[in-house]
Design a protein around this ligand. Structure first.
Ligand SMILES: *Cc1c(COP(=O)(O)O)cnc(C)c1O
Length: 361
């Protein structure tokens, strides 16, 4: 290690880089059998888009007007209530950087849950209060409300990643009401298109401290584009706009997103969602036929979480076949749990064949 390391900010020196699904198995792309990526909740589908290169000599708008309007139409909100960012991940980071004073303020998270809330807090030198989900994977409302000291942001993920269950609307409402005038309550709805009736978007009408996160990475099959949305009161959006980079959305991204949000684009998304939801039910049934496999949580996203005492061996056996699912066994309450992203029918079949072979041995 060079002396340069000592120049790194103190709180950053201690950090470990996020082990993204991509980074973990990067080498697999190189030779032989095609790798099967079912570990990052990506979509198996792709679409064609057109790009107009004649505008690339100019900087894009910070918040491209037509893009915002298209998402406003999709959500029935005003563009004033929407921020578009480089993935929902950037929305998480902006919320922390905009609302938290380092180092005394804290965010509240409910593990097992999405990893980026904690990572974004750590990189900003912001503290984290963890209030674990109950044994039933529900919000521990009493503990969440009791933890209010120094909390600026409460993150609730529903459908929750990686457990796939929805949080009870009554519990969410209790948390929202408790934290009114105290902190923002951020509802991460990255997977809501797979269970659209569960959206809590209506809370935006009554509670200016409620924030909703959305993304095009999952149901819209555009993870590679990096585009997400923060839905909130106009004053929250105005504050985030003070902190966001001047040109976060590149021109080709803005053009492609508009095409994805046309009526035809939305129809395509909904068709794909229903195919994935069907394949998911089918896979749940198949998984239940394996000895010692139990399904964990719910299936409100595009993924399935399950437990088997042979989780480590199964991961190994799949890696040998270049099939990559996500090991969640290090997460609180999720010992021996693995998460499968639903792929195309051919991909799902390849995984099920490999798993059948493993459980027959
Ligand atoms: C994938 C995911 C995100 C981030 O999505 P991007 O828009 O790709 O940054 C946010 N929250 C949850 C729960 C996710 O699973």
């Amino acid at each position: 290690m060079t002396k340069l390391f000592e120049l790194v900010a103190k709180h950053v020196q201690q950090l470990v880089p996020y082990a993204s699904a991509r980074r973990l198995f990067k080498a697999a792309d190189q030779d032989g059998q095609a790798p099967l990526w079912l570990n990052a909740n990506e979509s198996p589908y792709t679409s064609g888009y057109t790009v107009n290169c004649d505008v690339f000599n100019r900087y894009p708008d910070c918040q491209p007007t037509a893009l915002l309007q298209a998402y406003a139409d999709y959500t029935n909100l005003s563009p004033d209530n929407i921020l578009v960012s480089r993935g929902a991940d950037e929305g998480i980071e902006l919320l922390i950087r905009t609302f938290c004073n380092a180092p005394q303020d804290k965010i509240l998270i409910c593990p097992p849950t999405y990893g980026m809330y904690a990572i974004s807090a750590e990189t900003a030198n912001i503290g984290i209060t963890s209030v674990p989900l109950t044994a039933e994977l529900a919000l521990d409302v009493t503990a969440i409300c009791a933890a209010e000291q120094d909390i600026k942001l409460v993150f609730i993920c529903s459908p929750n990643n990686p457990t796939g269950n929805l949080m009870s609307p009554a519990d969410i409402l209790s948390v929202v009401q408790h934290y009114q005038d105290k902190a923002l309550v951020v509802l991460d709805e990255a997977y809501i298109e797979f269970t659209p009736q569960a959206t809590q978007q209506a809370l935006l009408n009554d509670y200016p401290h409620v924030v909703i996160l959305r993304t095009l990475s999952k149901a819209f099959s555009l993870a590679g584009l990096r585009c997400g949305f923060t839905l909130a009161h106009a004053d929250v959006i105005a504050s985030l706009l003070k902190v966001i980079a001047p040109y976060p959305i590149s021109a080709p991204v803005a053009q492609i997103v508009q095409q994805a949000l046309t009526p035809a684009g939305l129809q395509t998304m909904r068709t794909r969602v229903s195919e994935i939801n069907q394949a998911k039910q089918q896979m749940v049934a198949q998984l239940q036929t394996f000895p010692s496999v139990s399904i964990v949580g719910g299936q409100s996203g595009n993924y399935i979480l399950f437990r088997t005492p042979r989780a480590a061996q199964l991961m190994q056996a799949l890696v040998v076949e270049k099939i990559f699912i996500r090991d969640q066994s290090k997460q609180l309450q999720l010992s021996n749990c693995l998460r499968i992203t639903i792929g195309s029918s051919a991909e799902n079949a390849r995984l099920m064949t490999a798993m059948s072979r493993f459980f027959e041995e």
